[in-house]
Design a protein around this ligand. Sequence first.
Ligand SMILES: [Zn+2]
Length: 278
Amino acid sequence: MPELPEVEVTRLGIAPHLEGRKVSAVKVLDGRLRWPVPGTLPKILPGQQVHSIDRRGKYLLIEMDTGYLLIHLGMTGTLRVLPSTDPLKLHDRVTFEFGKLSLRLHDPRKFGAVLWHPKTKGPIEKNILLQKLGVEPFSPEFVGELGADILYQASRKRTVAVKQFLLAGQAVVGVGNIYCSESLFEAGIHPAKAAGKLTRPQCVRLAQAVRLILKKAIDAGGSSLKDFVNSKGDPGHFMVQTKVYDRKDLPCKVCKTPIKQIVQGQRSTYFCSQCQKR
Ligand SMILES: [Zn+2]
C-alpha cells in the first residue's frame, strides 16, 4: 500500500513535468473508484493550468485555476507521467492529457480516489477529508519541542497502545504500519505501552524518530524518481532496510535479541524486547 513516503516521492516525480502546464483533455476510463470520479471533470478541466502540486497526508492536491484535484492512491494506485502516445493499459482509470504528456492513474483494486474541490467551497484545508488529519511530520509545527508537545498533548488519558495511537494519524499523519514499528524501535518505546503513559522525553524521541524514519524512506525513493515518467517502473516500497519490521526471530541489529512479532488491531507489529522495554 502506498504510504506517505511513496506519495511524497510521487509528488516529487510528477510535479516538475506538470506545474505550469494546461490540461488539454480528461478521460475517465473507469470512474468507480473508492468514491465516484466526478463526471464533470472532462468538461471543467480543459484549459485550466496546474499551479502547484502539494501533499496533505496521503492526498495529492493539484491546484488548478478554479479548484483542486484531490488524488489518493488507495491500496494499489500509481500515478505516472507518460508520452500521450503511450497505449493505455489495463487498470488505467483516469488520464489527464497535457498536450504531448499524460498523467495516468493506474489502480487495479480501485480503492484510489480522484475528487474535485472547487475554490468557491473555500480553502482546501477545510475539505472534509483533510480537516481531521494530524499535523504533517515535516511541517514546522512538528519540529523539535513542538512535535513532542503535539504527541504529548494528544496522547494524554489515551489507553490505546502507542502503536495504534500513531497509526491512527490523528496526532501526526503518515506513520503507516511499517513506519510505526521502525519509529518505535528508533525511539526505544514498547509498542504496547499505553499512549497516555508516554513520558515527555519519550515524546521528544518519538517525534524525532518519526521524522527520521519517514525522511529515510523518502530519500530511498528518490532514486526511483525517473520511474514516474515512464510506464515501466514500479517503485513499490522504499524501506530498503528495516531494523525490526518483517524481521521476526532475526537478531536485533543493536543487541542481537531475536525480534518479536505481535498483532495489534489486526496489524503486525515488530519490536525488540530488550531495546524497547515495557
Ligand atoms: Zn535490541
